[in-house]
Ligand binder design. Structure first.
Ligand SMILES: *[C@@H]1O[C@H](CO)[C@@H](O)[C@H](O)[C@H]1NC(C)=O
Length: 291
């Protein structure tokens, strides 16, 4: 009987080491500090390459497009979502959305291909519980600003993920013709699309979407409050669980424009063409006043 016990013992004790060497060369072990995230959602898989800030010890993913570039026929329209697919190089910031040069040259800086977000994560996802997430909305009176100045060190030190997103500004983000052709507030819908993106993907970056606080400063604080109030933000327990509005509330001056058509006319975007669609097509290829 001794041989039987030996066989039984061996099949239980020896099994795992034996399995370990079957199958040829072992795969290269992952680099411990690799800032790479794999996602699988909406029928697409993606590999997102970011970088690790060794000095500050956090992982950064820059310039991820969360919506299609709002250009051509998509100008003045609500954002068209863009899903993560394929190889994505997330190592450089997008340009700001078009705005007057903050240095005062009188020119315009930025690009209309600006609907991007940045992610700052304290660690790469593991077995432990996901981190809380702050979605920060930059200020600038809905006319200026970008996500370029914001880094994640203060939040990542607290084991919290920071996401920042750009949204259309000025006329490109808020022009309203008072009808469905250009119903206005596309900048706010951009932010909503970014929140939906966060709900879809943040778990792959180590985030817990059930702990999502929308935060903003100035006009970003006003926008954050509106995100918290909106029926349009994702529901079913997946929406923001908190709002932190810094120097901005939903009824702060300048949030609500009671006469958007007059604004459009004041800005010399004349609306006397027979139909708005024709007007939008007419201006879709050229510069418009953006303030
Ligand atoms: C990613 O983009 C950066 C900046 O544009 C570039 O320097 C780098 O070579 C790119 N990496 C890959 C793998 O394409």
């Amino acid at each position: 009987m001794a041989w039987l016990w030996f066989v039984l013992l061996c099949s239980s004790l020896c099994a795992s080491p034996v399995l370990g060497v079957v199958g040829g060369d072992p795969a290269a072990p992952p680099e411990p500090d690799a800032a790479v995230v794999f996602t699988q959602r909406h029928g697409n898989s993606a590999r997102i390459q970011g970088f690790k800030d060794d000095a500050r010890g956090y992982y950064t993913f820059n310039g991820i497009r969360y919506a299609e570039p709002p250009i051509g026929a998509l100008r003045f329209q609500r954002p068209v979502r863009r899903y993560l697919a394929g190889e994505i190089n997330a190592t450089s910031n997008c340009l700001p959305c078009p705005q007057l040069d903050p240095k005062g040259s009188g020119g315009i800086i930025g690009s209309e291909d600006c609907l991007c977000l940045n992610i700052f994560a304290p660690k790469m996802p593991g077995d432990e519980e996901g981190c809380p997430v702050i979605f920060f909305i930059h200020g600038g009176n809905f006319k200026s600003g970008s996500i370029a100045p914001y880094g994640g060190q203060h939040f990542t030190k607290q084991d919290t993920i920071l996401v920042t997103a750009q949204y259309r500004l000025g006329s490109l983000g808020f022009l309203s013709t008072g009808n469905r052709d250009a119903s206005g507030n596309t900048g706010l819908f951009d932010l909503r699309a970014a929140m939906t993106w966060i709900n879809d993907y943040i778990e792959f970056f180590g985030g817990d979407r059930s702990r999502l606080v929308v935060m903003g400063q100035g006009s970003g604080g006003r926008a954050a409050s509106l995100m918290g109030l909106s029926k349009e933000t994702p529901r079913e327990g997946r929406d923001a669980t908190g709002v932190a509005a810094l120097s901005g509330a939903p009824l702060s001056p300048g949030v609500v424009n009671s006469d958007p058509n007059k604004h459009a006319a004041d800005k010399d975007i004349t609306l006397d063409m027979p139909d708005t669609q024709a007007f939008l097509e007419e201006i879709s290829g050229r510069a418009v006043p953006i303030s």
